[in-house]
Design a protein around this ligand. Structure first.
Ligand code: SF4
Ligand code: SF4
Ligand code: SF4
Ligand code: FES
Length: 427
């Protein structure tokens, strides 16, 4: 590490660093942000998340650990580097269980905000691993939901280096590496809300939860909640095409919220009717395809065999298939049943709870419904991409009417779709 000032270039711009600074620190001082997840001011650098990757003299490296040196040629905002960061962040979404719509960190979450910044609209490029991870609510003031842990190690460094306690550490290796506490559970440690490790700045996601304050800041007022852009996307006019496009929509294992959001395009539905007609749709109650369609919109994932059949029908009959909303993209709320812990047979446990054992159920026959007319439930909930090839994904629970409008407008106009970054919401 250089012990004197030096000058390097970042994307062609000259940056002067102070003695001992890393590339990231020098860029911060110059007002240029490099995205990061494992690095945070006040803790020693770790260099594990690789979100801050840059190219230095042609080689990729983490900017949070790379010392600034005289004459370095650093690339940061190139397409190659941005795509690399996108893949790293996508993998974090896929390794854990990130259900933003029900996460109290949503809007305050650095992982989510980084994904927005990188314009990630298709987190399902990789398969979802849906691991079964522990939830520790034993402590009176703090809970740990390791489903959302991205193993940034910030809590570990804070507890070891700042608090001098060593409450956190890693267990396991590779993909099975997890953060664990120094005891049977958190209540058995000397963890305290006063610890720096438990301050809101340390955990970048919703893994370390301070009890009794959850959801106290309303959506829209959270740290990374951006106001909707001026005009809310309404400026995009739908372009007439020579022939009306045919659209089909369906709701699989979803709550119909995404279809309700489609209705939020409001009076623009009149413009839509000029250029498109609906074929199969719960909106007009047609259940079968009457002809081949240009665009299929799928809400919800697959919980039962009928969902799978309908989805396969859509793939067969639609030129472009769009997964609309978190349930279609990654299973959404229904997928929570996949991760019922301490059970060899989560599906049976769900049924027993729902139909037999719950104190709120009246089921005199003590039977799980088994009428042949009922579609068979699948062993797990699957996202649409687990079952068929999906062309586009629109995240959100539900995506806004403006987001749906923008996407439909572009698809109807035959434009290659790049979703408007400012309208993307994961929650
Ligand atoms: S808000 Fe952040 S921590 Fe919570 S589920 Fe979404 S990505 Fe994960
Ligand atoms: S608990 Fe939070 S701070 Fe600790 S490693 Fe996991 S994500 Fe990082
Ligand atoms: S993504 Fe949200 S709004 Fe859409 S179907 Fe699923 S739960 Fe409902
Ligand atoms: S911020 Fe540099 S590797 Fe994580």
């Amino acid at each position: 590490m250089s012990d004197k000032k030096c000058t390097f270039t970042l994307d062609g711009k000259e940056i002067t660093s102070q003695p001992g600074q890393t590339i990231m620190e020098a860029c911060d001082d110059a007002g240029i942000h490099i995205p990061r997840l494992c690095d945070v001011e006040g803790l020693r650098h770790q260099g594990s998340c690789r979100v801050c990757t840059v190219k230095v003299n042609g080689c990729t490296t983490s900017s949070c650990t790379q010392p600034a040196e005289e004459g370095l040629v650093v690339e940061s905002e190139t397409e190659e580097i941005i795509n690399l960061r996108r893949d790293v962040v996508r993998m974090l979404f896929h390794e854990g269980n990130h259900l933003c719509p029900i996460c109290e960190a949503s809007g305050n979450c650095e992982l989510q905000a980084t994904a927005y910044d990188l314009g990630i609209t298709q987190p399902t490029k990789f398969p979802y691993l849906q691991p079964v991870r522990s939830l520790d609510a034993s402590h009176p003031d703090i809970a740990l939901d390791t489903n959302r842990c991205i193993r940034c190690g910030r809590c570990i460094r804070a507890s070891q280096d700042v608090d001098d306690k060593g409450i956190f550490g890693y267990t396991g290796r590779g993909i099975h590496r997890n953060v664990a506490v120094n005891g049977d559970n958190l209540a058995d440690t000397n963890a305290s809300l006063e610890d720096v490790a438990f301050s809101p700045e340390i955990c970048p996601v919703g893994c370390i939860i301070r009890k009794k304050v959850g959801f106290s800041t309303p959506i829209g007022k959270r740290e990374f909640d951006d106001p909707m852009p001026e005009g809310n996307g309404k400026q995009k006019n739908i372009k007439p095409t020579a022939q009306k496009k045919r659209i089909a929509t369906t709701s699989l294992a979803g709550c119909f919220g995404c279809h309700m959001s489609l209705l939020d395009i409001d009076e623009r539905v009149l413009d839509l009717m000029k250029v498109a007609e609906f074929d199969r749709s719960p909106l007009n109650d047609i259940k079968k395809f009457t002809t081949r369609c240009d665009i299929g919109l799928i809400e919800g994932g697959c919980c039962n065999e009928e969902n799978v059949h309908v989805l396969q029908e859509f793939r067969k009959n639609c030129d472009i298939l769009v997964a609309v909303g978190q349930c279609a993209i990654m299973g959404g709320l229904p997928v929570m049943r996949n991760a019922i812990m301490h059970s060899d047979d989560p599906l049976k446990d769900c049924f027993d709870e729902a139909y037999i054992n719950s104190p709120y159920i009246q089921n005199d026959r003590h039977r799980i419904p088994d009428d042949p007319a009922l579609p068979l439930i699948l062993d797990s909930v699957y996202s649409t991409v687990d079952v068929v090839k999906v062309d586009y994904q629109i995240p959100g629970c539900p995506p806004s009417g403006d987001m749906l409008w923008q996407t439909l407008s572009a698809l109807i106009a035959g434009e290659p779709e790049s979703l408007p970054k400012e309208l993307i919401k994961y929650d």
